[in-house]
Design a protein. Structure first.
Length: 404
């Protein structure tokens, strides 16, 4: 006769490896059947394999969000000024640097083309076609700026003049000879060494106020070009630096997200290095601008003399300026000195383009740097200049345009 086996009682206690629920009456058998039994959490490589699908899903979602944000910001970042995106200066004799010639740069909402001289214009034949009336427009980045060549101030000016002068039969041509960061001394050199050779009928100079800004931001010596001293010192070092920019930095530089939220992260390497080493001055009184005003007006005078030597009239206007680096009253002093100069020269005319300030404000045409404008601002400035050229009551300009 077999002896019955002793009855064994299973007691489940809460331990670090057994949940308290398993120690309660009636749950032990259920745990044995796997009803409440939970496997221990995965660890090590097994945990990584288990979490991998979730991690990939998170990364995919994050990339999707970034991509959506990038695409939504692209239309806004492409509204930046041309001067900020076209940074294609190259060394050039007499003027020190110029826009790179024979290039075409195009992105959504932005297209710059330059001719053989680096001008934002079509090619210019050395021999002027019969009947053509050539106007050369000399300026800095405010004249170079525009989403397309025909939406620069010069482009709009040509369009407006052809509309207002139907008797000219479309023969008026405005050639944009502006250069990024040009001061009046560089425009003077350009006029002497290049523009005069192309038989101009009228010269429009639209700069001067920016020359009051450069001493506080780039170069303190009157008449010296943009970063003249530091450019010579940094040229080789910057070439080496920019040639070694990695793929990640190039990708960041193209990102609308980075430009939108933290534009300083992708500031142009050359510009950043030049700004850190700039030879600048701090203005505390408006009288400190006198040497710069004197040099600017001196350049205007020489431009008028050169134009007169080839029997060419010259029109001078000062770009409106709100840059915080320029003290109040400095622009007014420059305007008074420029107006006085033009009153002395028979071939020179001062145009009060500073009066366009209110209209630029109403049109919200200012770029965030308070120096450049959008295309609508360019159109407003072109209208101001065209009005001065075509005003019937102004007998001094009677011989400036065809049919007058």
């Amino acid at each position: 006769m077999r002896t019955p086996s002793p009855t064994h009682t299973l007691t489940l206690e809460a331990t670090p490896h057994a949940p308290r629920a398993l120690a309660e009456p009636g749950l032990g058998a259920m745990a044995k059947r796997g009803v409440l039994l939970r496997p221990p959490p995965p660890r090590g490589l097994h945990a990584l394999v288990t979490l991998w699908p979730r991690l990939m899903l998170f990364v995919a979602g994050f990339v999707l969000i970034l991509g959506t944000l990038e695409l939504s910001l692209q239309p806004y970042t492409h509204k930046a000024v041309a001067a900020a995106r076209f940074n294609q200066r190259q060394p050039a004799p007499y003027v020190e640097f110029r826009p790179q010639p024979n290039v075409s740069v195009q992105t959504p909402g932005f297209h710059v083309t330059t001719n053989e001289l680096g001008f934002r214009a079509d090619p210019i034949p050395p021999v002027k076609p019969e009947g053509e009336y050539r106007i050369f427009f000399l300026s800095s980045s405010v004249g170079f700026n525009g989403s397309r060549n025909d939406t620069t101030i010069a482009g709009y000016l040509e369009h407006v003049l052809r509309e207002r002068l139907p008797e000219a039969n479309g023969t008026v041509r405005v050639i944009n000879a502006s250069g990024e960061s040009y001061n009046t001394r560089q425009s003077l050199a350009l006029l002497l060494m290049t523009v005069i050779d192309y038989d101009p009928d009228l010269i429009v100079v639209f700069q001067g106020t920016d020359s009051l800004m450069y001493p506080a931001t780039y170069e303190s010596r009157p008449g010296y070009p943009f970063n003249f001293e530091t450019r010579a010192q940094l040229m080789e070092a910057l070439r080496t630096h920019t040639d070694s920019v990695g793929l990640w930095a190039r990708m960041l530089d193209q990102s609308a997200i980075v430009r939108w939220f933290h534009p300083k992260l992708v500031a142009n390497a050359k510009q950043r290095a030049l700004l850190e080493n700039a030879h600048v001055v701090t203005f505390t009184a408006v009288e400190q601008y006198e040497p710069y005003i004197r040099e600017t007006v001196r350049d205007f005078r020489k431009m008028a003399m050169l134009a007169e030597s080839v029997d060419c009239p010259i029109l001078i206007g000062l770009p409106p300026l709100r840059h915080p680096a320029v003290l109040p009253g400095a622009v007014d002093r420059l305007a008074a000195a420029t107006r006085a100069l033009c009153s002395e020269r028979s071939n020179a005319r001062y145009v009060d383009t500073l009066a366009a300030m209110e209209e630029l404000d109403r049109a919200h045409a200012w770029h965030h740097d308070q120096l450049h404008w959008n295309d609508e601002g360019n159109r407003i400035m072109a209208e101001f200049i065209a009005e001065a050229l075509t005003h019937e009551r102004d007998s001094r300009l009677a011989r400036l345009l065809p049919g007058r």
